[in-house]
Design a protein around this ligand. Structure first.
Ligand SMILES: Nc1ncnc2c1ncn2[C@@H]1O[C@H](COP(=O)(O)OP(=O)(O)OP(=O)(O)O)[C@@H](O)[C@H]1O
Ligand SMILES: C[C@@](O)(CCOP(=O)(O)O)CC(=O)O
Length: 494
């Protein structure tokens, strides 16, 4: 077997900044997840200029393409394909076109003298595992999820799968286009090492993925999902959509002048962010579902029509979102200043409800500022929830519907739960929580176990956990096949 290029990209959770982040005046807090999409590219023995793409988790999910050079490069789906995949097709077309612009036709043709086999797989979290847990007779807990094999077959077609909101299309596009850039030597694999995020290769990968994702979706969103798939957790401020508007309407135009990192029109901003030590994000898929584009359309219509009312909400939320990111980052500083006091506090508040955290007058003075800062995070995240709900009430959109409010209220009053909310655009389909994650809480339950118990026994909504944590690997990552559990068996050995 010849060498295999494997590139992964993480999923995302927008914990603050939904709707605001569509406007370049505001930023959002995006956390990248340990759940990833993987693209593996190998040579295989078939006709030259042929690319076969497979998604082995789904039925009817293999697509063959022919690459023609006449004289411009074009990637054509085979008439024998039994389904189409616009996202995959556009990723191939534009990545190869960019490769031709950078490397010249001859080098791209040379790489295609052997056909390519491309396998795309997403960690189980991207797709709801509720039905699988039920069929295995397992409770809806994180430990049950670990008994499902990696990259489990969904048993359905892609068009029928129940997604969980982690941004499957953005992670898929970012891993696929970047794997093609590396395989065709447009960028070096070393450009994707974690040491320095703002290197040109990674930026080119970002710009290409943003463009392909926009064109596949038929619209320019804020792009926080592709940005976190590329750079990991950060505070995101969007790029001006005009940078790719020309390419969106004239797809035969040259890509490199627009997508090059030296094009100053790419004015997105990435600022460092990570969740504090000894905490963990918990995510749940709520079996109700919302149509994000229609929520966005209605909220933006209201913002246009009732600018005065909306601007007040936007300003207030912006203040809160900025305080949240500052306060979370401050916790990391407090940890670094006094790791022992910090760990003691986390253990202490893990067994108390947030309203009790500040109540002990005998708390050592070293612990007070740490406890107060954790309580600030709780308070700010609660205020963000209520402002987002107000935004929903004003615009007639269920951003934090009453059902989710009841669920979140139960969750955030558990001992050791710092805060939570509805991610991204909100709606009925998911929640996030930040919980204390101390080394041990024995003989007490841990906050994670308490939340799992609430979720698995909750009656009003069917709540199913995801196993994702925050990914500290910064976005795109070069993988070694043998290190990715469950991947090797899905690759061809032809
Ligand atoms: N494993 C996969 N293999 C190939 N294509 C996939 C795969 N998963 C998703 N896709 C592509 O992404 C498309 C789904 O994109 P869509 O924008 O609807 O999802 P999304 O908003 O990213 O979903 P979510 O955020 O809930 O994960 C599918 O129609 C398919 O083209
Ligand atoms: C509403 C919005 O700000 C966030 C949508 O996030 P999500 O897809 O619900 O995670 C839209 C966007 O940023 O593109």
């Amino acid at each position: 077997m010849s060498s295999t290029t494997v590139i992964s990209a993480p999923g995302k959770v927008l914990i603050a900044g939904g709707y605001l982040v569509l406007d370049p005046a505001y930023s959002g807090i995006v956390v990248s997840t340990s759940s990833r999409f993987y693209t593996a590219i190998q040579d295989f023995f078939s006709k030259p200029d042929t690319i076969r793409v497979r998604s082995p988790q789904f039925s009817d999910a293999s697509w063959t393409y022919t690459v023609a050079f006449n004289p411009d490069i074009s990637v054509q789906p085979s008439p024998e394909n039994s389904s189409s995949n616009k996202f995959v097709h556009l990723a191939l077309q534009h990545s190869l076109a960019l490769a031709v612009e950078v490397q010249g036709v001859a080098r791209v043709q040379e790489k295609l003298t052997q056909a390519l086999d491309i396998a795309i797989v997403g960690d189980n979290d991207f797709y709801s595992q509720r039905a699988k847990l039920e069929s295995l007779g397992l409770p809806r807990t994180i430990s049950s999820l670990s008994s499902i094999p990696h990259f489990a077959s969904a048993g359905v077609k892609l068009s029928e799968v129940h997604k969980t909101g982690l941004g499957s299309s953005a992670a898929l596009i970012t891993s696929l286009t970047s794997a093609l850039l590396v395989h065709f030597s447009v960028i070096q694999a070393s450009a994707l090492s974690a040491d320095n995020l703002l290197v040109e290769g990674r930026q080119l990968a970002h710009n290409l993925a943003q463009f392909v994702h926009c064109i596949a979706q038929g619209k320019v969103g804020s792009g926080f999902d592709v940005s976190s798939a590329t750079f990991g957790s950060h505070l995101y401020t969007r790029f001006d959509p005009s940078v790719i508007q020309g390419l969106m309407s004239d797809t035969s135009a040259k890509l490199l002048p627009v997508l090059s990192p030296s094009n100053k029109a790419w004015n997105y901003r990435i600022e460092d962010f990570k969740l504090p030590p000894c905490t963990r994000i918990m995510l749940a898929d709520v079996d109700a579902g919302s149509d994000t584009p229609s929520l966005v359309g209605k909220v933006l219509k209201w913002r246009k029509e009732k600018a005065g009312e909306a601007n007040g909400v936007w300003q207030h939320l912006d203040q809160l979102n900025q305080s949240l990111s500052r306060t979370l980052l401050h916790l990391t500083n407090l940890h670094d200043q006094s790791p022992t006091a910090y760990k003691n506090v986390v253990r202490y508040i893990s067994s108390l409800q947030p309203v009790q955290w500040e109540a002990n007058p005998l708390q050592p003075a070293t612990d007070q500022p740490i406890i107060n800062t954790f309580y600030q995070v709780h308070r700010i995240s609660q205020e963000i929830r209520s402002k987002m709900k107000e935004m929903g009430n004003f615009s007639g959109v269920p951003i934090e519907p009453d059902e989710q409010t009841r669920l979140l209220d139960v969750c955030v009053s558990q001992a050791g739960v710092v805060g939570g909310g509805v991610p991204g655009a909100g709606g009925y389909d998911a929640i996030w929580l930040l919980v204390c994650d101390p080394v041990s809480t024995l003989p007490d339950q841990s906050p994670l176990e308490r939340v799992e118990h609430v979720w698995s026994t909750y009656k009003e909504l069917n709540v199913s956990p995801l196993s994702s944590k925050e990914s500290f690997a910064k976005g795109l990552r070069v993988e070694n096949v043998d290190d990715v559990q469950g991947l090797k068996v899905l690759l061809t050995d032809s």
